[in-house]
Design a protein around this ligand. Structure first.
Ligand code: DAH
Length: 325
């Protein structure tokens, strides 16, 4: 074995034994540094007989390149294994299920309202809103209630200081929406209403949806068509409607309607042709224009749809109810 071969073998062993990149720096310096073994051989070439110098110089340079290659290989291997160790110590199982954040739920009434409003906006109705504290005029007077009408009675209506009331129905939104507007128009008005009533089937606050359309030619037949489509949307395609003659001060003629339900009928709401006095109270000429309106509660539909057994559960704000939906 020549000196160069011995040197290479030694270097190879030392490189393989290096356990860290610092070790490796030292090993490299030992063999390839300015004062290292290869440099020593190159330096001593001058002492050799002239005919050997070329071969030893070439050997030494080749050794230098080989050692450089082994060092690079070893460095890469050390880096790889320290990266692997790093990964192993920070092991993360991305297939584990995450912690689900608690999520809110929409109230059944909100969900039914959204469904109803989707349906009516799809038919070209716009959404109108009015305040829950309403004037006596908008809630009663403009809707053609006579001054002595029993609905104004203290037993039904919550009176607010200053002569206002908590609206007892969504019909006053008709007055707000129609006043100052020229037909044709069609609106729906969802919202909270209040009545002095509280037992197993009544709460002092509940929800209604109001709908109305005014133009110069619409008829009760249009009203029935819209209500039929609405009922089928809400309760299923086989749903039928029944209209019973009734009285409301703000419509003439008026009807109550029931929808078919489990072989019988379920009361749903009221409707009719808007009374000429109501149009007049809104500044609309009843000789030129006519319209119809309807209104119904939403809470019972929401209870049926989501299987809520008791009306009072709907408004107690118990999140355990919502979590079940
Ligand atoms: N406002 C009535 C109520 O609360 C319901 C109603 C009946 C609304 C007939 C209407 C209607 O628009 O035309 O009992």
């Amino acid at each position: 074995m020549s000196d160069v071969e011995r040197l290479e073998a030694e270097a190879r062993e030392a490189i393989a034994a290096a356990e860290s990149s610092q070790d490796l720096v030292q090993v490299r310096a030992r063999f390839l540094g300015r004062k290292g073994s290869v440099a020593g051989i190159l330096r001593s070439i001058g002492e050799l007989p002239a005919e050997e110098r070329g071969a030893v110089g070439a050997d030494a340079n080749r050794a230098k390149q080989r050692i450089e290659g082994w060092v690079a290989e070893r460095r890469a291997a050390l880096e790889r294994s320290s990266h692997d160790a790093d990964l192993a110590s920070h092991r993360l199982d991305v297939t584990l299920p995450g912690a689900a954040p608690p999520s809110g739920r929409l109230h059944p009434v909100t969900r039914v309202f959204r469904d109803v409003l989707d349906f009516f906006t799809g038919m070209g109705f716009s959404i109108e809103e009015g305040p829950e504290v309403e004037t006596d005029w908008n809630n009663f007077g403009a809707l053609n209630f006579p001054d002595d009408h029993p609905a104004r009675d203290i037993q039904d209506t919550f009176f607010v200081k200053g002569g206002n009331v908590l609206r007892t129905h969504t019909s006053p939104v008709q007055i707000r929406a129609m006043t100052g507007r020229t037909p044709p128009f069609r609106f729906v008005a969802p919202g909270r209403v209040y009545r002095h009533d509280s037992d197993a089937t009544h709460t002092p606050m509940f929800h209604q949806i109001e709908g109305f359309l005014v133009d110069d030619r619409t008829t009760f037949a249009d009203l029935k068509g819209v209500l039929h489509a609405f009922a089928k949307h809400m309760f299923g395609p086989d749903t039928e409607l029944r209209f019973r003659a009734h009285f409301f001060p703000f419509t003439e003629p008026s009807a109550e309607m029931d929808f078919s339900y489990r072989g019988g009928w379920m009361e749903w709401g009221g409707c009719g042709m808007i009374h000429p006095n109501v149009l007049e109270n809104c500044g609309i000429d009843p000789e030129r224009f006519q319209g119809w309106a309807f209104g119904m509660g939403i809470d019972r539909t929401a209870m049926d749809r989501f299987g809520v057994p008791d009306l009072r559960l709907m408004f107690e704000g118990d999140v355990r109810l919502l979590e079940q939906l």
